[in-house]
Design a protein around this ligand. Sequence first.
Ligand code: SAM
Length: 269
Amino acid sequence: MKPFKFSFLFLVFRFLLLGCAALTAALAPGLLRLAAIIPLMLMPPAKYFYCLFRLRELSCSGLEEAADFILGSGSFFTGMLQRRAEIISFLRETFPAPPSVVAEIGRAKGGALMLLCRAAARDALVISLDLPGAIHSGPLPFINKGSWRLPLLKAMAGPGQDLRLIDGDSKSPFCAALFEKALGGRKLDLLFIDGDHTLAGVKSDFEVYSRFVKPGGVIAFHDIQPGLEEFGVAVSRFWRETALPGVRTEYIEDPSQVSYGIGVLRLPV
Ligand SMILES: C[S@@+](CC[C@H](N)C(=O)[O-])C[C@H]1O[C@@H](n2cnc3c(N)ncnc32)[C@H](O)[C@@H]1O
């Protein structure tokens, strides 16, 4: 049996178990109901503290180990909306030396942020800008929101890294000013654009934030593969139709896939 089939069956089993517990909690009488309610109530906090503990353990891990966690047992609180092979190849192959100043626009649960931290230098400055719960937030936008997430996000950075979290609309001048302040006069080695995927959104993120990238630095766009236009996703159109300065590379796991894919633009020196 292939591992992904096994994990799919495990997922189905977990949902069935949860469904039974929820039904018992709703319908069963007396003590039986209590016996179902207590584990249901304890599960989310237990999972949260487990995630926090594992994130701290993984703070100096490699990319593969971090990806195992965020796509496996940590996925509910810390998952990523990325194809594992694409983001790992992109991060491994793009930088001859670990980048020192890195930023992402669009954090969601922070899974890609964790991989950016793992790929960056041990003393890197990492900026993550997001409007939690905004457009293109993924399947459970409410999970991305709330100050209870802060300890999880902070634990994604390595002990010597300086992680700055900015919450706000990337299109607002106020946000751009906060971003510039967080940079403290430094320039980015990598800007990962994965926020508002509408044409206006990705265009604005490129136009506003590319000026913070150093000559020879990298701007990466997520979701360059077409297929989700009906949901307003237009990164593919932007990537294909915009004249961008520099050398392009694409990381697309399967040319027939719907969406995903990372377009990498290396700016001229
Ligand atoms: C596709 S998700 C990011 C996925 C994440 N990079 C990952 O790999 O797991 C897009 C994120 O962008 C955020 N977003 C959407 N519009 C935004 C805006 N105008 N400014 C900042 N963030 C925005 C959403 O709230 C969401 O968290």
